[in-house]
Design a protein around this ligand. Structure first.
Ligand SMILES: Cc1ncc(COP(=O)(O)O)c(C=O)c1O
Length: 393
């Protein structure tokens, strides 16, 4: 075998979303781009806020020497201290620049954190449904993902979590606002989660790290606030990026932050900086780091996302589908009208409507719609959803 057996196996099991993507490309070539409703990938069609382009143009035009050189692995001090200031405001805690490490997107941040924390066989709890890359990220560093069910509204099920925690549990990985459900955890839910982790950590005699993956933090509706996870639990590490809030997923800029209250604050910080280097990231993209403080406060227009959410949610509910109303991100995760989500998604494909089965997020019987597209496209898709659901009623 020419490639590693494990990777070869993963190639087979990770193909659901990829298959969907390839099928979309095939159908677009066959029927025309405008005839295919490809809601499979969370790749926003909207451009970044104007300030981003202006800041990048100014940086490129500047004659300041050394802009593109290697830098300290953790990133530029100015950017890190700017982000620490923002975190301090959100959490009320004394973040310093040294608590922040610039990363290659949230995916890069998660890999750095997991490499820092995991010994072979350590378990990482994930709440299903979840972003399936987590399985690969955890496995990359010798860990074992353990999936725990959520309540019917997709919020954490504390009893199920309590049952899953055992001496091998090293971390809990959460994601709010959530992909694929759009659910946002409340301050109370986070506090209860924190209390459970504190109690279990004490009983186990080692800390259970709470890893909070928050690339959708700024994408929330109805003036919802995403509570700071740092207030809920001391041994907490944040992973995030500008992929969604500045619509820059291709630029790969993100960061991680270690709680000032983390019991191993200095060690975890040092570990992440070394992990970033030895994973071969070396440092996060320099121009993007320089750009961030210059666009303070900018984010994508939430108007189209909220409109798309409302249009789709109301329409699907009107068609009789069960769906939790998302508070953020840009996904809906309705219950399929039949148990077999793969069959349902296949039927949708025949109508040139591309969705992702819940199985791709480890929860059968559901499907995900990404709605980070023009509202006109969403509007045009509504009759197609109607035809699809009617086939099963
Ligand atoms: C829940 C979640 N975490 C992490 C990522 C990775 O984000 P990034 O592009 O910043 O690496 C994504 C991307 O879609 C995501 O949905």
């Amino acid at each position: 075998m020419a490639i590693a057996k494990k990777l070869q196996q993963s190639l087979g099991s990770s193909s659901l979303i990829r298959q969907m993507f390839e099928e979309g490309e095939r159908r677009k070539a066959l029927y025309g781009e405008d005839k295919v409703f490809d809601f499979s990938l969370g790749n926003p069609v909207f451009e970044p806020p104007k300030q981003v382009k202006a800041a990048l143009q100014a940086l490129i035009a500047s004659d300041r020497p050394g802009q593109h050189r290697y830098m300290p692995n953790a990133g530029l001090a100015g950017t890190r201290s700017y982000l620490a200031g923002k975190l301090a405001l959100e959490s009320g805690l004394e973040f310093g620049a040294e608590d922040v490490v610039m990363t290659v997107g949230a995916g890069g941040a998660l890999n750095v954190i997991l490499k820092t924390l995991l010994d072979p066989g350590d378990e990482v709890l994930v709440l299903r449904p979840y972003f399936v890359e987590y399985d690969f990220y955890i496995d990359n560093h010798g860990g074992v993902p353990v999936s725990v069910p959520t309540l019917p509204d997709f919020t954490p099920d504390l009893a199920a979590l309590a049952q899953a925690i055992n001496p091998k549990t090293k971390a809990l990985l959460i994601n709010s606002p959530n992909n694929p459900t759009g659910v946002v955890y409340s301050a109370q839910q986070l506090a209860e989660l924190g209390a459970l982790l504190e109690q279990k950590s004490r009983a186990l005699g080692h800390p259970i790290h709470l890893i909070s993956d928050e690339p959708y933090r700024a994408i929330v509706f109805d003036r919802l606030e995403v509570p700071s996870v740092f207030k809920a639990y001391p041994n907490c590490i944040l992973a995030t990026s500008s992929s969604k809030d500045l619509a820059l997923p291709g630029e790969r800029i993100g960061y991680l932050a270690v709680s000032p209250r983390h019991q191993d604050r200095a060690l975890v910080r040092a570990g992440t900086v070394l992990a970033l280097r030895t994973l071969g990231f070396v440092n996060a993209p320099a121009l993007m780091q320089r750009m961030l403080p210059l666009v303070d406060g900018a984010r994508v227009d939430l108007g189209p996302y909220q409109k798309n959410r409302d249009l789709l949610y109301d329409h699907l509910r009107g068609l009789g589908l069960e769906c939790v109303k998302p508070g953020g991100a840009f996904y809906l995760f309705p219950k399929a009208p039949i148990e077999d989500d793969l069959e349902f998604v296949k039927a949708a494909q025949e109508l040139n409507l591309l969705l992702v089965p819940g199985s791709a997020f480890r929860l059968k019987g559901y499907f995900r719609i990404a709605y980070c597209f023009e509202t006109a496209k969403i509007e045009a898709s509504l009759p197609v959803f109607e035809r699809l659901v009617k086939q099963f009623s």
